[in-house]
Design a protein around this ligand. Structure first.
Ligand code: FPP
Length: 237
């Protein structure tokens, strides 16, 4: 445990919260029951990562593709997000900074208002950064950044030749944050699914067979151990 705590300090961990539907189906429950349990695991992981001294966490809560799901399921996920964003005000006490990643345009006015309050209210906090990806897609994020740079160039504020990786990074939803050290995907799937495409260029990927609603603190310990055992070379030797 001491080693895990030392190793976890300062990390940025990305979580793809997968397997909620299967968890519920296996119990004969509606898929939404899996999301409810998944949201509880989200909250516990936030607490545990904080205890471990993790610098930033990013949770994939709703992708740009998730709108294809039945309306009742989308509505249930949005209700949970609202509920947990409301609770997010508690995190202020703990000095966490909450950042919402994604295109907020199609979200309800109520959720947008809540997000604005939380982001504003925690902007200057210096504890752990909690990114919640909602209506998020890596390709959409890069397109959004490209559009912003094109606008600046059209206004004559920058020359196209000046655009470099740093400038593009500064237009992403994660502007100013360190890249994720590892991305964790439970549920046995081995895909990135449009999550943090730009930011994960050098991230380690850790796949686990446990479904997200069953994911425990011990599972996170195992993932951190696995990450610490890998030899990262960043293109060097
Ligand atoms: C993927 O599992 C999960 C989602 C698309 C939704 C995740 C949302 C939550 C955990 C609740 C709200 C989030 C927060 C931050 C409070 P899946 O449904 O694709 O599972 P399956 O692959 O087994 O069908």
């Amino acid at each position: 445990m001491a080693d895990i705590k030392a190793g976890a300090k300062g990390l940025h961990i990305g979580f793809i919260m997968d397997g909620n539907g299967r968890w519920a189906q296996r119990r004969g429950l509606p898929r939404t029951a899996g999301h409810t349990k998944g949201a509880q695991v989200f909250q516990d992981m936030v607490k545990y990562c904080k205890q471990l001294g993790v610098e930033a966490v990013t949770f994939y809560a709703f992708s740009t593709e998730n709108w294809k799901r039945p309306k009742a399921e989308v509505d249930a996920i949005m209700r949970l997000l609202k509920e947990y964003l409301n609770r997010a005000f508690d995190y202020k006490k703990e000095d966490n900074r909450i950042v919402i990643l994604g295109d907020k345009t199609p979200l309800s006015d109520e959720i947008k208002k809540l997000m604005a309050e939380i982001e504003e209210g925690t902007r200057n906090n210096t504890g752990m950064t909690i990114n919640v990806a909602i209506n998020y897609g890596g390709r959409e994020e890069i397109t959004h950044a490209a559009r912003e740079l094109a606008r600046r160039a059209a206004r004559g504020e920058i020359q196209p030749e000046e655009i470099d990786e740093e400038m593009l990074s500064s237009c992403l939803y994660t502007a100013g944050q360190k890249d994720p050290d590892f991305i964790l995907r439970p549920s046995g799937e081995k895909r990135l699914s449009n999550f943090l495409l730009w930011q994960s260029a050098y991230a380690e990927f850790i796949y686990m067979d446990v479904l997200w609603p069953d994911f425990t603190r011990k599972d996170l310990d195992k993932a951190i151990e696995e990450f610490l055992s890998r030899n990262r070379r960043f293109g060097g030797i």
